[in-house]
Design a protein around this ligand. Structure first.
Ligand code: GDP
Length: 225
């Protein structure tokens, strides 16, 4: 084993997150430096709950769910160079076409142009995998070489057997992308905390800018030679 060089050798402390700003327009985005990981998913899939459990801060989602902010890109600071990003939920049934168009334009611009965006966490309700918009998001990100981690949320709503069946079906559908390492998938529950450690481990590898790294218990990056 040898130490891998990284500009960000220490994993972030997710509990030290703080709200930075919300951006409705591209000009409002914070400086594009360091590393960002963005969370996205269908409305009601469990994105806010996942962010709350990850950070241990219940008010984080409330901050981003403040009326008017649900259509914005919400930024949270982990440290001076690393951020979590809460993207607006897609698939609202009642959103007027003009609002939908504005959302798409804004989010597409962010996803396509953001240099600091290291990876995308796509939250999918384990009971309803995968909807067309989920598929489109995953396929599109993979086509841009943006790593994707699929969180199959609300795992506690299904029996272990049913949840594993759903996981298997998603893995089969995304087989090619899984094999090439562009996409990873896991089960998750914000209620019983299934998969929290797995999510943190994945995020640590992105935030330490070291895809093939294994962390030791001190947070140091180790990698097999
Ligand atoms: P968002 O719209 O994607 O941010 O979804 P929320 O995080 O607000 O969750 C939508 C609903 O699903 C809320 O009622 C949550 O309490 C519920 N929910 C979210 N995650 C879980 C979970 O892991 N298990 C269960 N049982 N319910 C969840």
């Amino acid at each position: 084993m040898s130490l891998e060089t990284s500009a960000f050798p220490e994993p972030p402390k997710y509990q030290q997150v703080s709200y930075l700003k919300s951006a409705l327009l591209n000009k409002d985005l914070p400086t594009d430096s360091g590393i960002e990981v963005a969370f996205i998913g269908r409305s009601n899939a469990g994105k806010s709950s996942a962010l709350n459990v990850l950070t241990g801060i219940k008010s984080l989602a409330r901050t981003s769910n403040t009326p008017g902010r649900t259509q914005m890109i919400n930024f949270f600071t982990l440290d001076s160079e690393r951020r979590l990003v809460d993207l607006p939920g897609y698939g609202y049934a009642k959103v007027p076409p003009t609002v939908k168009k504005r959302w798409e334009t804004h989010v597409n611009h962010y996803l396509e142009n953001r240099e600091s965006l290291k990876g995308l966490v796509v939250i999918v309700d384990v009971r309803h995998p995968l909807k067309d918009l989920d598929r489109q998001m995953i396929q599109w990100a993979a086509s841009c070489d943006l790593p994707v981690h699929v969180l199959l949320s609300k795992r506690d709503k299904l029996s272990r057997q049913q949840a594993n069946k759903s996981l298997k079906a998603v893995c089969q559908e995304l087989e090619g992308l899984l094999d090439s390492g562009q996409v990873t998938v896991q089960l998750f529950s914000a209620v019983d905390r299934t998969g929290v450690d797995e999510l943190i481990s994945l995020l640590n590898s992105w935030f330490c800018d070291c895809d093939d790294c294994i962390m030791d218990e001190m947070g140091e990056i180790l990698t097999a030679e």
